[in-house]
Each structure stands twice: as structure tokens, then as C-alpha cells.
Design a protein around this ligand. Structure first.
Ligand code: AMP
Ligand code: MG
Length: 486
């Protein structure tokens, strides 16, 4: 039932068997203050923006008040973290419920940093302001880039100190997601639940995300195929913009196909497949160039959980799963190549297109070219100070590329338009994100972040005022580092 706040909860997840979650209220905080509210998203959710700004609205974002119709709970899940299986669960998050939106959507509303839960495993259940604002900025940038992602509705400070290596201001992020079902949710039920519970989870997922699978001859195989397709599409999109997730554990892979869990993620600047930003990813498991492979590895773990549902005969089930998984690489490659063609303004398909792309990437690597600015430079025909553009090898490549463009019927203007819509002028560059966080956290000044968010909200507009956001940071002798579980 819709409240005068506009909350309109219907909590289907809370109606699942008790094994799936623990009823858990957020732990109240001392003195909440609103740092940022996503008014556009609030409007899409059908929630009253003016009311969200009131003391009562802020109390909800802080977990001090439970909105009418909510059913706060912590979800249970497991996951492979850096390849090792572990029991996890929401250790610092509470799902308030599912908001039914004015355009017939159903979206999870989750508080992240809302205090201890039975799954906290020694953690404090809290989050610091910097990392929550970082998730806000990057998830909203991803949304604007057209990449499926969880969204960020609000960040509040708690008025309490969160202790990490140093004392930091505590904060809570309100996250909005198609759902928080993960590969790890299936792993958890497979490991600790019954066959009946696994079937309930799979049916629930089909109903919520892939209703067409219910009509298939084998609905569970169809579910697996759909998830594979969506993940292949998602990871191709990450690669195309140079996004590095940083912690692709199976608990951080959403069944809906959305990007989830913005911890140590960052955008690559210089094109280098081995790029890793996360301080704990010592072996480069989640390096940029490894992401497509890890996606397949995670999906194989997902397929394993579904085996008991795929066929009564185990051998037959394994065969079906293997056939589905073997499609992943092909799907990924076709999405990636289609995206690369668009980035180069190519409409038709020729056998040699892939070589054209790979040769460019190799040159970018050889001359340490900035990934985003190389494609931007090709789009607007400006060199952006890139050494690469002054080389003879690049001139030769460019001739090949122009010949290729000449073999299709589209006009120059049409090609330009495709390239402008496929190559972002701005991405959340690490130094810009840090600058915004520093002002917000250390000077309580959110204006730098708000300006950055405005610029990032139109990455394909190619506006003159975005130019200053395309520049690279001053050279530093220390590589950029990101951190997990902050
Ligand atoms: P993540 O790396 O954010 O995917 O988190 C992995 C697991 O650690 C999840 O189960 C989180 O809920 C949990 N976790 C991360 N930080 C904390 C914290 N400060 N307190 C309790 N649990 C946490
Ligand atoms: Mg996680």
C-alpha cells in the first residue's frame, strides 16, 4: 500500500523460506545528516522528494526509522572470494524491501553500512563516508554510460566515527537494485539448503528477472542461458569503457546482470590489460584483461548450483550445463566486437574487423596511450597530446581504418554520430573522483562532487565544459590504489 511518503513496498523476498535471510533492523545512529540525494532517481521510484529532505526522510536513510510497509532483513549468501568458498551474507547491509515504482518496476531498497547483522563475521557493520560517496559517483556514472548497474539514492553521515586505519566519518548508502540475488545466493542454498529450497530460489528468480524462461521446455536451463547472456553483455560493456570491477567474487555477481558492489573498482587510464587497482589483488586475478575469463569462471560456479534442477540424470545435467557455459565465450566475443565496431564507426561486418581492433589496442599498449582519450581522439579527430597519434605505425593503422570506413555506405556524419554515442567524452577519472571525495569528506564541501556528477551524467554529449575532465592527472610515482571492505 502506498504511503503518503510514496513508499510502496511489497516484499517478495521476505516471503521466501527463513533460511534465505534473517530479520534484522538497521542499528540506529547518533546524528544523521543528508550528504546527497538523487532526486531524479527518487522521482523514478515514486517517492516524495520534499519529504525525503525532512528529518523523517533522513531518519529513514539512516536506519533510525523504518518506513511503513518495509520488512528489514539481512540476506544470506555464500561466495567464492578470490577462488575460495566462504559463507558470507549481508554483514553491513539491510534490505528494507522492494519498492513498486510508478512504471511497474520492482526495486530493492537497501541500506549499506547500517550496522551489525548475524553475518558480520567480526566486522563493525559500518561504512565510511568516502567509500559510500565513491560508490554513489561511480554507480551513477555507470548508469549514465548505459551500463546495467545498481543505483545510489542517498548518502547520509551517521554522526559516528568508523574506525579503519584511521578514524573516519561513518555513513550509510541507500542502494537501489533490480534485486540483490547473487551467484552466491545460489551457492549458499546449494551448500546449506534442501533441493526444495533450491527450486524455490530458482523459481523466484525466474519469476522476478527472466519470466520468459518459465515458458521454456527446461526453465532452469533457460535461466542459466539468460544469466550467461546478460553477464556476457555486461562484461563486454565494462571492457568497452575500461571499467575494472576489482573484486569479481561470486557474491558480487548479480543474477539480474547489473554491476554490483563498488569497492575497489576504478577506470583504466593507460591501456594495459594487466591493470589492477585493488591493493589486495596481488596476483591480478581481477585485472582488466582477466575480467571476461573470470566472468566465465563465476558462471560455471552458477551452473554447478543448478545441476540438480537441470536434469534428474546427473550426467545429462552436466552435459546441459557445459553446453550452456561453452556459449559464454562466443557471446562475450560477439558483444565485445559489436561494441568495438561501434567505437570505430563501423556499421557493417567484415572478417578483418577484429584484427583492425586488436592492432589498435596493441599500439595503444605499446605507446601507453590513454584508453578513453584514444577513442575520443579518433571520434573528434584531435590528438589529445597522445604520443601514439604521432607515430608512423598509427598513421598506417589510420589509413587502414579510413579505407574500412570507406567500404560502407554510411555518410561521415552518420559515422561521427555512432562514434560520439559509443565513445564517452568523460569517465570518472581516478584523480577527479579523489578530488571530489577529499572536498566532501575533509572540507564538508559537496560542490566539487556535484559538479563532477553533473559532468558524468552526460558522457556522450561531448560538451565544451567537459574538456577539463578529459585531462590526465599529473604524473605520479605511486600507482593508483583502491581498497576493499572499506
Ligand atoms: P564485499 O567485499 O563488500 O563484497 O564484502 C564481502 C563480505 O564482507 C560481505 O559479506 C559484506 O557484508 C562483509 N563486510 C564488508 N565490510 C564489512 C563490515 N565493515 N562489517 C561487517 N561485514 C562487512
Ligand atoms: Mg559484496
Amino acid at each position: 500500500m502506498k504511503t503518503d511518503f510514496g513508499w510502496n513496498f511489497d516484499n517478495s523476498y521476505s516471503r521466501l523460506p527463513r533460511r534465505f535471510f534473517t530479520q534484522q533492523k538497521p542499528i540506529p545512529v547518533k546524528a544523521p545528516k543528508l550528504v546527497i540525494l538523487n532526486e531524479k532517481l527518487a522521482a523514478d521510484l515514486g517517492v516524495d522528494i520534499a519529504k525525503l529532505h525532512t528529518e523523517e526522510g533522513i531518519a529513514i536513510f539512516a536506519g533510525n526509522q523504518i518506513p511503513e510497509g518495509a520488512f528489514p532483513l539481512a540476506q544470506a549468501y555464500a561466495g567464492h572470494q578470490f577462488g575460495h568458498f566462504t559463507m558470507l551474507g549481508d554483514g553491513r547491509a539491510v534490505l528494507l524491501g522492494e519498492q513498486l515504482t510508478p512504471n511497474d518496476g520492482r526495486l530493492d531498497i537497501q541500506l549499506k553500512g547500517s550496522g551489525k547483522t548475524p553475518y558480520s563475521r567480526g566486522g563493525d557493520g559500518r561504512a565510511a563516508l568516502g567509500p559510500m560517496l565513491r560508490e554513489y559517483i561511480i554507480s551513477e556514472a555507470m548508469y549514465a554510460l548505459g551500463i546495467p548497474t545498481t543505483r545510489s539514492l542517498a548518502v547520509v553521515t551517521t554522526g559516528e566515527t568508523t574506525f579503519r586505519e584511521t578514524p573516519l566519518p561513518g555513513a550509510i548508502l541507500t542502494r537501489v537494485a533490480a534485486s540483490h540475488l547473487r551467484v552466491g545466493t545460489f551457492q549458499y542454498i546449494t551448500a546449506f539448503g534442501s533441493h526444495e529450497e533450491l527450486k524455490i530460489l530458482a523459481d523466484y528468480t525466474i519469476n522476478r528477472h527472466y519470466p520468459q524462461a518459465a515458458m521454456a521446455e527446461n526453465p532452469y536451463l533457460s535461466l542459466l542461458q539468460e544469466v550467461i547472456k546478460y553477464q556476457a553483455g555486461l562484461i563486454a560493456k565494462w571492457q568497452l569503457v575500461g571499467f575494472i570491477h576489482g573484486v569479481m567474487n561470486t557474491d558480487n555477481m548479480a543474477i539480474s546482470g547489473e554491476t554490483i558492489d563498488y569497492g575497489p573498482c576504478a577506470f583504466m587510464d593507460t591501456y594495459e590489460p594487466a591493470t589492477v587497482f585493488s591493493s589486495i589483488d596481488i596476483e591480478g586475478r581481477y585485472a582488466y584483461g582477466n575480467q571476461p575469463y573470470i566472468g566465465g569462471w563465476n558462471l560455471a560456479r552458477f551452473a554447478e548450483t543448478l545441476l540438480p534442477l537441470l536434469d534428474d540424470d546427473e550426467g545429462e545435467a552436466v552435459k546441459l550445463a557445459e553446453a550452456a557455459i561453452s556459449e559464454y565465450g562466443k557471446l562475450y566475443q560477439s558483444y565485445w566486437l559489436a561494441g568495438m565496431r561501434a567505437k570505430l564507426g563501423i556499421f557493417s561486418e567484415e572478417e578483418q574487423d577484429e584484427a583492425l581492433v586488436v592492432d589498435l589496442l596493441n599500439l595503444m599498449q605499446k605507446y601507453s596511450a590513454d584508453y578513453t582519450n584514444t577513442f575520443l581522439g579518433l571520434t573528434v579527430d584531435k590528438p589529445y597530446g597522445l604520443k601514439l597519434f604521432a607515430t608512423e605505425e598509427f598513421s598506417q593503422w589510420k589509413r587502414r581504418w579510413h579505407e574500412r570506413l570507406g567500404r560502407q555506405e554510411q555518410s561521415e556524419d552518420t559515422i561521427q554520430e555512432l562514434m560520439r554515442n559509443s565513445n564517452p567524452a568523460v569517465i570518472p577519472r581516478n584523480h577527479r573522483v579523489e578530488e571530489a571525495l577529499d572536498a566532501a569528506v575533509n572540507q564538508e564541501d559537496t560542490s566539487v562532487m556535484k559538479k563532477l556528477l553533473a559532468v558524468l551524467s552526460k558522457p556522450f554529449a561531448h560538451l565544451p565544459e567537459q574538456a577539463e575532465y578529459c585531462t590526465l592527472p599529473p604524473k605520479s610515482d605511486r600507482p593508483y590504489r583502491t581498497f576493499c571492505g572499506t
